[in-house]
Design a protein around this ligand. Structure first.
Ligand code: ADP
Ligand code: MG
Length: 373
């Protein structure tokens, strides 16, 4: 009877767990790219170059000149929950890197093949190895020519999941756009620090001359404005206003037994002045160096703009960078780390909207705009 329909509870095999978890971290090629790019940034690179073949499904390659990876770390590089960025639970409240969960490379290795060529800053020889399902493929790490930095090549993503593979091949243009978006945003954030290059290649091999197309190429010494202009065009930039470093709010809170008093700072912001608008809304928010989504803030800013236009839709551009002590920021909200929470969020959002509103009114004074009742 009923007992037959009642399966017993059993632990899933680690392999199954890893596969399920992988789907959460890398749901698509562009989420893999975000993780790889953040690794290159965490490695202290000043040059990062991304090459994508067929929307990243066939091949996704990222070359950096960062600190590299010790050859001794090669065996556990793609093991789940293995990281050089977090040691103890306490460190979680002090994270300065984008990564910390030690899941990305593992997850990618469960849906694709990863080849690594790397040379640590502290060593004068390079090594290479390939990975699948969290482990290094025989014969393991071998010597390879490489100056310090890492090259990570991901191939045949989702080949073992035909429905996904087909759908990403079909929608490769969309996936490519998504990746370009991610690289462009980080290129703007790291203006003056990192030169980023993003290009598409039609075939897996580079032998066809002239087959590469640069879609993004920023200089290491370009300013934020330079890079925004380069990426979004002259017209958009001519309609932008700028907010320089402003302290938004002081948090006073007893955490972990110590009295903490810390500022939340708006490092810089770029926003559409009144009258300037474009075909699509662009909201770019960084919190402690992390590209995040924040629906609440986005909504508040959209409402602000709506208030100053008679007829919609008018879409603003809004770029902002927030920094705060890591103790008051919770980065561990979502497996893809695209959401964060911090203390006194509502107060901070209010402060941002107030600043933007003052700026908008200022910028609107030269023109005559009517406030919507
Ligand atoms: P996490 O970034 O959360 O630590 P990942 O799976 O993304 O986890 O990476 C695992 C580890 O591999 C990192 O902690 C880092 O030590 C190393 N690593 C990955 N990519 C790079 C890179 N481009 N340069 C140097 N080290 C890297
Ligand atoms: Mg990482």
């Amino acid at each position: 009877g009923v007992a037959k329909l009642m399966p017993r509870i059993q632990a899933l095999a680690p392999e199954v767990v890893n596969r399920i978890a992988a789907g959460e971290v890398v749901a698509r090629p562009s989420s893999a790219l975000k993780e790889l790019l953040e690794n290159a940034i965490d490695a202290g690179s000043t040059q990062v170059s991304v090459t994508v073949v067929r929307g990243g499904v066939v091949r996704l390659e990222i070359v950096d000149n960062g600190c590299g990876i010790f050859v001794e770390d090669a065996p556990q590089l793609c093991q789940r929950y293995s990281t050089s960025k977090l040691r103890a639970l306490e460190d979680l409240s002090n994270i300065a890197t984008c990564g910390f969960r030690g899941e990305a490379l593992a997850a990618i290795s469960y849906v694709a093949e990863i080849r690594v060529v790397s040379c640590s800053l502290l060593e004068d020889f390079g090594w290479t190895a390939s990975y699948r399902d969290g482990v290094v493929i025989a014969p393991g790490a071998r010597p390879a020519a490489r100056t310090s930095g890492s090259t990570i090549v991901v191939s045949d993503m989702f080949r073992s999941i035909p429905s996904k593979f087909e759908s990403f091949i079909r929608n490769q243009a969309e996936e490519y756009r998504q990746m370009l978006n991610i690289v462009a945003r980080y290129a703007i954030y790291h203006s003056g620090r990192i030169a980023m290059r993003f290009r598409k290649r039609e075939q897996s091999d580079a032998r066809t001359l002239g087959a590469d197309m640069d879609d993004l190429n920023t200089n290491a010494n370009a300013t934020h404005m330079d890079n925004i202009r380069r990426i979004f065009g002259h017209k958009l930039v001519s309609g932008l206003g700028q907010v320089s470093r402003t302290e938004l709010h002081r948090v006073q809170h007893p955490i972990l037994g110590t009295k903490l008093s810390t500022d939340i700072v708006l490092e810089r912001a770029f926003y559409s002045k009144l009258g300037a608008s474009q075909p699509k809304a662009v909201h770019i928010y960084f919190v402690n160096g992390r590209l995040v989504e924040c629906r609440v803030l986005r909504k508040a800013i959209e409402q602000l703009y709506a208030k100053y236009y008679l007829k919609g839709p008018h879409y603003p551009f809004c770029y902002l960078e927030l920094t705060m002590a890591p103790e008051i920021l919770d980065v561990n909200v979502h497996p893809t780390k695209k959401e964060v929470r911090f203390l006194d969020e509502q107060i901070v959002f209010r402060a941002i909207v107030d600043i933007l509103e003052r700026e908008l009114i200022q910028s609107g004074k030269q023109q005559s705009f009517v406030v919507q009742p």
